[in-house]
Design a protein around this ligand. Sequence first.
Ligand code: AHR
Ligand code: AHR
Length: 519
Amino acid sequence: MTVRPRLRHAKRALLVLAAATALAAGALFAGPGAVTPARAATQLPCDIYAAAGTPCVAAHSTTRALYAAYNGPLYQVKRTSDGTTTNISTLSAGGYANAAAQDSFCSGTYCTITEIYDQSGHGNNLTIGPAGGNGAADIGANAAALPVMAGGHKVYGVYISPGMGYRDDHTSGVATGSQPQGAYMVTSGAHVNNGCCFDYGNAETNNDDNGNGHMDAVYFGTLCWFTPCSGSGPWVQADLENGLFSGGNGNNPNNHGNSSTFVTALVKNNGTTTYAIKGGNADSGSLTTWYSGTLPTTSGYAPMHQEGAIILGVGGDNSNSSTGSFFEGVMTAGYPTDAADNAVQANIVSVGYASYTLPGNPFTTGALISLNATTPCCTGDYLTGDTSGDDVGITSVTSSSSSTLKADATWIVEPGLANSSCISFKTDNGSGDYIRHFDFQLFLEPNDGTAQFALDATFCPRAGNSGSNYSFMSYNYSYKYIRHFDFVGYIASDGGSNAWDASSLWQDDTTWLVASPWA
Ligand code: AHR
Ligand code: AHR
């Protein structure tokens, strides 16, 4: 990966830089991070916004510090094995997350992100969200689901699948009523859906839909609320409650969407007359202003009625059907200047967010592989799919096995039917069938072309849960992995309501050695 030279954006950022350096040098943090005297460091997003007179009142990231002087905890993970938690902190002041600490704490078990700390000193930490008017209580994200590179370091983002989300209903310093606010998040165009609502920002404090103007959040995804939308998205939109606004009164054909792998999504609102929507490639270039103009004229939005809770990955009423990725985000007090937004985008670009490639990645399109079980019981067994019975499980395969069995134990790696950043397993037995889950059991079935089949047949290769080899995370249930249990194939969580979710041997049963193809 390439870390882009910071100098490139030096001119543009020069004015705010001078002011921000002065400010950061004198800054005091009441938050969880240790206070470190600022060096003459690159100014990070919240230094830039502070210098421009619109300080961050919330600063969340699992990947890096958002202040040059911040040196402390970024997020908390909880492991299933013994229920204990640990904080994942920056490696240095203004630096990146110590993902190695997570890897070591979570080795051989499953970890959930249980809290995302606020770096702003306002204490606006996000925890797993409660039930709302339109969604049962959320679950936490799989801490290992989204490895990426940032600043040359392997770090983890927050991978939201339906049912997951975070919230803080008791904040301080966040805009309420018609106070001005800015917000951005770095997200991904490679992992989106049209479920409501992958949001980051201001929402109701009682988790209910309290009417127009009670939210002021950045939305990113493919849900087109005010049809028609331009193209197929995903779009950066403003969730102002009871609508995802592409601009103006909702409909805005000029909002063409952003589909790059890493996306900067920004919404700002002066609370009384004006709002703006911007999007850009978080890896290069500047932000495009998709809209800047008057607030919706529909009743309730001008002035706004913000309540000041903070949501991540859900709608204001906890609608939690969305998919999305979150790497960093901030909310400001005040309506940021365009110059500050531009300097923040330049800093985000300098991070060089990039995809993470698994060591030895054997999952290239068209590759033929066999998947050898690693649990001590079963090291002679391979994942097999039997077309006549539709069953998927593990079976002993040897060089003298029938050619039928050898073919049943061989898989063609295909781009994920629901998402090409993950994979699908097509059998090499000639039937053209794929592995899919249904009621959390694996079956070998022909692709019926439905969106549900595509989701159920998509798996994301990840580092092996036992500490070596590989595991396969279900795309639509990202807390479950392909597992054998009593020789039958399932998707399983580490502990849960199904027999095959048993914690005993979970890490071995979900870890697979990629072997040469039997067929
Ligand atoms: O505005 C879109 C969504 O509508 C909000 O996020 C949610 O509260 C409501 O269901
Ligand atoms: O396997 C879990 C779910 O069961 C699948 O997503 C769905 O197809 C079925 O209802």
